[in-house]
Design a protein. Structure first.
Length: 364
């Protein structure tokens, strides 16, 4: 009987195992179907009226091999859902037609490679007005504040074109996490206090602009999924190591702007709102709830959100819109001044903390 040396058996096992690992690794690399890194967006900043030409940007994608892209413009209802494909609208540009009146529009991109395909779509335009000189959206409404139960969200009107004067009204909505179903909350003020029933959902605001010629509406982007905020009730500082802003200061501690996160970073487009999340702590390292936060670009090249309080997690998020003079350059940054403060404190004698931060920009 032929005897095989033990070292040969071991060597053979190692070779087989190595081959299996290589095959597995190769298979893993080949099974990377496209994934959307930055969602598509409509890059033209013009009033959404009949005859206007919209330009769609496919956003950013990742995936193995060569990616190919297919485009489709969608006509949606004025809540930006129940979307249907527009016949023949398969290019990156689309000219608004009369059939779009009373509806919103979205730009959909399907990326494909040898492993499969993935579809993503842009946020909706404002409602295309049905009458000449009625308000038409140029830039959408935005929301500032933290999506945490008990926190207050504040809406901005966005930018509109039409015969002056233009008045604005508000309708707050909650949506499922996928934003395929949204319903009105019944709240119609410019501010909205996040409710316990909103946990697990997203919040947005519908702004209706009205003048002597007619009315049309626009939708903000949705907030992050609403969090409960944790911790005990009674307006306390949340759980864990959090403290309410009213309890900061007796021992000489002050507020600090601990962290500022920009998304996207770098910024590559003036058309996509920048999401800024700011974390506030005190000089003892405790998260602070209820601190008001001010942020403004220097020089002013973006919208400036309304000051909003930090949530039970010590954070507040803003959606800010780059202006037409926002610089998009390689190896360049835009600076922001951030201030955390307590409402009612003297300007010079309070516990406020400030910080200068910056976000990078890059040509697409």
């Amino acid at each position: 009987m032929l005897r095989i040396p033990r070292f040969a058996v071991v060597l053979g096992s190692v070779l087989v195992l190595g081959a299996l690992l290589l095959a597995s690794s190769a298979t893993g690399r080949s099974q990377a179907k496209p994934s959307n890194v930055q969602e598509p967006f409509i890059s033209s900043k013009i009033a959404v009226v009949v005859g206007a030409k919209l330009i769609g940007d496919r956003g950013k994608w990742d995936g193995s091999g060569t990616l190919t892209y297919a485009y489709q413009w969608l006509r949606c209802n004025n809540n930006a859902i129940n979307c249907k494909s527009i016949n023949g609208a398969h290019e990156t540009t689309y000219t608004i037609v009369k059939a779009d009146q009373g509806n919103t529009l979205r730009f959909q991109v399907t990326a494909k490679n040898s492993e499969g395909s993935t579809t993503a779509m842009s946020n909706a335009t404002g409602e295309v007005p049905s009458k000449t000189n009625a308000p038409a959206e140029i830039s959408p409404p935005t929301i500032s504040g933290s999506a945490v139960v008990g926190q207050r969200l504040t809406a901005t009107n966005g930018t509109w074109q039409g015969t002056d004067p233009i008045s604005y009204s508000y309708s707050w909505q909650t949506c499922n996490a996928a934003v395929t179903s949204c319903s009105a909350t019944g709240k119609t003020d410019q501010t909205y206090t996040v409710a316990a029933s909103d946990v697990g959902r997203r919040v947005r605001v519908r702004v209706t602009a009205k003048n002597s010629a007619g009315s049309s509406s626009g939708l903000s982007d949705t907030t992050d999924v609403v969090a409960s905020g944790g911790g005990g009730g009674g307006g306390g500082g949340g759980g864990g190591n959090a403290v309410n802003v009213k309890d900061v200061g007796p021992a000489g501690e002050r507020l600090t702007v601990d962290k500022v996160v920009f998304n996207p970073n770098p910024v590559t487009s003036r058309s996509v709102p920048i999401r800024v999340t700011i974390t506030v702590k005190d000089t003892k390292g405790r998260l602070v709830q209820g601190a008001l936060v001010f942020i403004r670009s220097t020089p002013i090249v973006t919208s400036t959100p309304t000051d909003a309080p930090t949530g039970a997690d010590g954070t507040v998020s803003y959606s800010i819109q780059p202006r037409s003079d926002f610089p998009i350059k390689n190896s360049f940054s835009v600076q922001f001044f951030v201030k955390a403060y307590r409402q009612g404190d003297p300007t010079l004698a309070g516990i406020a903390g400030t910080r200068l931060v910056q976000v990078a920009t890059r040509t697409p």
